[in-house]
Design a protein around this ligand. Structure first.
Ligand code: PMP
Length: 402
């Protein structure tokens, strides 16, 4: 599938330092297909106007595109209604919205939120802010040596005060796929709600919010072949109805007076201000693109490539891979004895290879594995075996320099 797919992504044929670009930083953000970039410029050239408030033609056209995008997202994750699809700036804003608003609606001092050691900072810090405001208690599910959630320990964390469990679907460091369906059942049996950080799953595997049984789910457009600046919070309608607005301003109100303001219906109650209506349309084009390639095909390709990367990387002397779970997605994190990950990343960059190094916004997980940082290669639908070969050969070259 690769030659035609790669042609859809013009940036992949550029050179860096006069070498072919090998882009393996897809867990941070993916490159955009031509159709997405063109959808953005076409909207600015042809249909740009502020949405929802205008009676004129362009405003109505832009509104139609924006609302069609909401329906497209609904379909993509199989939500029941577009009232359940809130556009945000990204996963981070989705999780902040949730912690703030669900925190206000459903949590009291002493209530408990369960997180895990493998969470991205964006699924930790918003809950800590809530802890500082409300005196809630954060409990943390440990991660095993192989990189899975310790499900026995998770069961033991539940108490009658557990209100929310918030976990990633796929770890951005270990690639671990967490058993969300089981955890949803566990959370619900204890009367708690489940939020899923799906930033690393929606681009790689079919995510069906009803089949998963989660109550909330967040993801980012820019990791899903869309533009930066758009994201989604899915929430069960009956829960969102009970939650107060996150931000105030235009778009989210029904009527304003200095004495009293009433709010718009869902999902607009949570969308203060001019939304990123170009970004939402571009996201819907990105989702069309994903479906035109086929998410099952994408997943199979990425999993084969990841397995190949693990096999090749494991053969490198002194290289340690973190995360050995049977079910995993397209991320491989590793360290090489005697080489700081930052040095490795910098030298690989000079050879045209883009990987990520550092703590990957998951410092508690770095602490868990006793390291300051890791190197991470992550693949997308357009990557090839040759690029993995190139990564491994370049690592051998870097090793010789040390
Ligand atoms: N959660 C996970 C698991 C992630 O990988 C990321 C992005 N690295 C985020 C949350 C945050 O996403 P964003 O920066 O797009 O808000």
């Amino acid at each position: 599938m690769n030659a035609t797919i790669r042609a859809d992504f013009p940036i992949l044929s550029r050179k860096v330092y006069n070498r072919p670009l090998v882009y393996l930083d897809n867990a941070a953000t993916v490159q955009k297909p031509r159709c997405v970039v063109e959808a953005i410029s076409q909207e600015y050239y042809n249909s740009n106007a502020n949405v929802h408030r205008g009676v004129h033609f362009l405003s109505q056209q832009a509104t139609e595109l924006h609302e069609a995008a909401r329906e497209r997202v609904r379909q993509f994750i199989n939500a029941r209604s577009t009232a359940e699809i809130i556009f945000t700036r990204g996963t981070t804003e989705s999780l902040n919205l949730l912690a703030t608003s669900a925190g206000e609606a459903f949590l009291k001092e002493g209530d408990e939120v369960v997180l895990s050691q493998m969470e991205h900072h964006s699924n930790i810090v918003p809950w800590q802010l809530l802890r500082d405001r409300k005196g809630i208690v954060i409990k943390v599910c440990p991660v095993t040596d192989e990189g899975s959630l310790d499900l026995v320990a998770l069961t033991q964390l539940f108490t009658p005060r557990t209100r929310i469990v918030s976990l990633c679907h796929v770890s951005n460091v270990l690639g671990t796929v967490n058993p969300i369906r089981e955890i949803a059942a566990m959370a619900h049996a204890h009367g708690a709600l489940l939020c899923v950080d799906a930033a690393q799953s929606v681009p790689h595997r079919r995510v069906d919010v009803q089949a998963l049984g989660c109550d909330f789910l967040a993801f980012s457009g820019h990791k899903t072949y869309g533009a930066t600046g758009i994201g989604v919070l899915y929430g069960r309608e009956d829960l969102l109805e009970q939650m107060p607005p996150y931000q105030g301003g235009g778009e989210m109100i029904a009527r304003v007076s200095f004495e009293r303001t009433t709010y718009e219906q869902l999902p607009y109650k949570f969308e203060a201000g001019t939304p990123d209506y170009v970004g939402s349309h571009a996201l819907s084009v990105a989702l069309d693109y994903i479906d035109s390639v086929g998410l099952d095909k994408i997943q199979a390709h990425e999993q084969q490539l990841t397995a190949y990367a693990i096999k090749r990387l494991s053969a490198i002397n002194g290289l340690r891979i973190y995360g050995h779970t049977p079910e995993r997605e397209s991320v491989v994190s590793f360290n090489i004895a005697g080489i700081h990950p930052l040095d490795l990343g910098t030298l690989l960059d000079r050879l045209g290879i883009a990987i990520r190094t550092g703590h990957h916004c998951a410092q508690p997980l770095m602490t868990r594995f006793g390291v300051e940082g890791m190197a991470r290669a992550s693949v997308a639908l357009y990557n090839t075996r040759e690029e993995i070969d190139s990564l491994c050969e370049s690592i051998e070259r870097v090793k010789k320099m040390f």
